[in-house]
Design a protein around this ligand. Structure first.
Ligand SMILES: [Zn+2]
Length: 731
């Protein structure tokens, strides 16, 4: 199968690994069947990213044995691109200086095949050596000043243009050669989509041909050239994706190109198209950095699943420290790795460890990953999810990020989502993510409630779909400027969803408001509070958000559970008193529309929650979901602490995941230790007509007492360490 030329030393080590693998058979995986459906087979991935001086210096037998011990059933291995780890014959394809007469890649491929693993070759085309620059200066990326770009981290290297002949011709040759020599199951390309704007001659000419315009010099998405550029670049990258995939399939119809691409609202390539193109996908979010809660890994899983549906999605995690200083050779605390990985697993990511450098420097991660994979292997049956049972969907919108958010998409778009996400985690509501290009009834019909956290840019068609959803009995929660812009980020005269909100735009948006409040109001007719303000009835007033859309209610202002107290001076202290004590300006519209319930907050409640984390705001967001949904969630977990929860259906079972995020290092890792959560009362709704055979806990390995009545299984979990998975076997 391969043309591997191994040295004697490598050969002896490899034989030892092969021998070991025959002594202890892989119980979990059969030899991959040569058909198109391999993509769903691997449950656990292993990635070894070689560094240039690995050949001859690292121990391949260690790695192959580790793959076996961890029951990894697929591997991603460094093949070529920036550095080739096999005896390539493609001109200008740089071979590792340390390769000698070895075939390091081929040797690992052969070892993995003997272990029954699927193998994907890794390429990385983003950097090239000086001989490439000399031979094809036009393959190098050019900056806005017209200068060829040196690599930012290694001055020996050049940054390549992703949209020109370097990728379309040279890397296509590399791709073909790898497939021809090793017949791998796929090619996974890292950093294949470019490293920022390129002004090279190919980009200039191709863009001109496409749009008639010069390349943009601004990042403003309302600039015509910039807007066209976003469309062109995307089209060009999908063209490249299809080219590589077609070339791969010519040599092995069961293999494919798998791009390192995808993500949430801030990701660049349209996830709907990716969902159609990709047979499987790998979420490359290796660890926490900065201020980031551990649920961010589960969020990746949900975002990918929004357009990939039930296709296998692996979650790439690294042991490394992912801060901007990129200490690639160190590792982080074991519990931090554990928490990140189990949160991904709870949201249907198949674990994929990646390690840079074949020479193990810090050994502490080895046991951690082995234990995680051992548990995963043992409980694999309960981790092969068929569908999520969540009844709440949170919409995310790449077009809102690109055309409304632009360079400020993080603050204007993503922070709204993060705030709502945090509130839902705190409220322990199981939920999925929904892509805004998939709002047809087949996609959203399963959700009782849809949440639109400032989904500002929506087309008329999308607004129509959402209106139909509500008319058909769906419930909807929206915040701030949702639907105030069209799909290109151009402001409308009024919200596209004004009839649902029961309010219209007056033309004014206030931002950066200081010292403003919301009065908690009692309904004068019934003398009672609305469920949306439950838990804060005694507050009289709570803090407002900081960005406000002025709206005009469609009907006489009746009762609003929250009303605006306008901003007043916050200094000097003598002046800090409200000039207008009370208004009838609603801070929330909560109404019945047809058969559905709609809640609209004309301010940035979700974004402010992310920034300030006021418990009152969290409570109002939670109440809004509860009131709009008007049903008990299919999974209810009550007890102290912060739990990220999910609920899944497998072939003959249901699993509820409880990930214990209760930790002083929750909002900023790495965690030092796991703090066990106290008892939790759990209620799980059982699909109608199904009988329960057995309830067991997959982490503590106990079979708890449970009660099954009225379609609900209830039980108490005495304690949750890192996580617990409740498995319910159905008859
Ligand atoms: Zn270019």
């Amino acid at each position: 199968m391969t043309t591997s030329r191994t040295t004697r030393r490598d050969f002896i080590q490899l034989s030892a690994a092969a021998l070991a693998s025959t002594v202890i058979p892989q119980t979990g995986s059969a030899t991959p069947a040569p058909d198109a459906s391999w993509y769903d087979r691997p449950m656990r991935w292993a990635q070894l990213t070689l560094v240039e001086d690995d050949p001859g210096k690292y121990d391949p037998a260690f790695w192959l044995d580790y793959f076996r011990r961890t029951h990894s059933d697929a591997a991603c291995l460094s093949a070529g691109g920036c550095v080739a780890y096999y005896p390539t014959r493609v001109p200008l394809h740089y071979r590792s200086k340390y390769l000698g007469d070895r075939d390091s890649f081929g040797q690992l491929v052969a070892g993995c095949r003997r272990l029954g693993m699927n193998v994907v070759a890794r390429t990385d085309p983003h950097a090239a050596h000086h001989d490439v620059y000399d031979a094809h200066p036009d393959w190098i990326a050019v900056d806005a000043q017209g200068k060829k770009r040196k690599h930012w981290a290694d001055s020996e290297l050049w940054v390549t243009c992703a949209l020109g002949p370097y990728n379309f011709e040279f890397m296509t040759d590399v791709t073909r050669e790898i497939m021809r020599l090793y017949n791998v199951d796929g090619i996974f390309s890292n950093r294949w989509s470019g490293s920022g704007m390129c002004y090279c001659e190919h980009c200039r000419q191709n863009f001109k041909k496409f749009s008639g315009l010069d390349l943009p010099r601004t990042a403003n998405p309302q600039d015509e050239a910039r807007r066209q550029y976003l469309v062109w670049r995307q089209a060009r990258l999908f063209e490249l994706w299809r080219l590589w995939d077609a070339e791969i399939k010519k040599l092995n119809p069961h293999a494919g190109f798998i791009a390192n691409a995808g993500g949430g609202a801030l990701s660049e390539l349209d996830m709907k198209t990716i969902g159609e193109l990709a047979p499987t996908l790998f979420a490359d979010r290796q660890a926490r950095r900065g201020v980031m809660p551990p649920w961010a890994n589960g969020k990746n899983g949900k975002e990918y699943a929004a357009t990939l549906g039930n296709k296998a999605i692996a979650g790439i995690f690294s042991m490394g420290v992912e801060e901007p200083y990129r200490w690639k050779d160190s590792v982080q605390s074991g519990d931090e790795i554990r928490l990140w990985v189990v949160d991904g697993i709870a949201h249907n990511l198949r674990p994929w460890f990646t390690k840079f450098n074949g020479k193990v420097i810090d050994h502490r991660w080895i046991k951690v990953v082995e234990e995680l994979y051992e548990w995963h292997f043992k409980n694999e049956r309960y981790l092969r999810n068929e569908r999520s049972l969540a009844r709440v969907g949170v919409v995310f919108s790449q077009q809102t990020a690109a055309f409304y958010g632009g360079e400020r998409a993080g603050a204007r778009v993503e922070d709204h989502l993060l705030g709502f996400y945090q509130a839902l985690v705190e409220a322990r509501v199981p939920f999925d993510m929904v892509h805004d290009h998939l709002l047809d009834p087949a996609q959203i019909g399963r959700y009782r409630t849809l949440i639109l956290p400032n989904i500002a840019a929506l087309s008329s068609e999308q607004c129509r779909q959402l209106t139909e959803y509500v008319q058909g009995g769906g419930n909807l929660i929206a915040t701030y400027e949702t639907s105030l812009y069209d799909e290109w980020g151009v402001r409308r005269a009024d919200f596209g969803l004004a009839p649902l909100f029961g309010a219209s735009f007056t033309g004014r948006v206030e931002t950066d408001i200081h010292n403003s409040y919301l009065t908690v109001e009692k309904d004068p007719r019934s003398s009672s509070f609305h469920p949306i303000v439950r838990g804060i009835e005694d507050a009289t007033r709570i803090i407002n958000g900081v960005n406000w859309v002025h709206v005009r209610p469609h009907t006489e202002p009746g009762y609003a559970p929250l009303t605006l107290v306008p901003s007043y001076p916050d200094l000097p202290m003598e002046q800090v008193f409200p000039r207008v004590a009370r208004t009838d300006t609603p801070g929330v519209f909560a109404r019945q529309v047809g058969r559905g319930r709609v809640v609209y907050f004309p301010f940035d409640l979700d974004r402010t929650f992310w920034e300030v984390l006021s418990a009152d705001h969290g409570q109002v967001l939670k109440n809004a979901v509860e009131w709009a949904s008007n049903e008990e969630q299919p999974l209810r977990v009550e007890g102290r602490g912060v739990m990220d929860v999910s609920l899944w259906m497998q072939k003959a079972s249901i699993t509820a995941h409880l990930v214990n995020l209760t930790n002083p290092m929750m909002m900023k890792g790495p965690i030092r230790e796991i703090i066990p959560a106290p008892p939790q009362q759990v209620r799980i709704r059982i699909p109608e007509g199904r009988r329960v055979n057995k309830v067991h806990l997959l982490v503590s390995e106990k079979s708890p007492a449970y009660h099954h009545a009225n379609g609900v299984v209830s039980l108490t979990i005495p304690s949750v360490e890192l996580h617990e998975v409740i498995a319910i076997d159905l008859a």
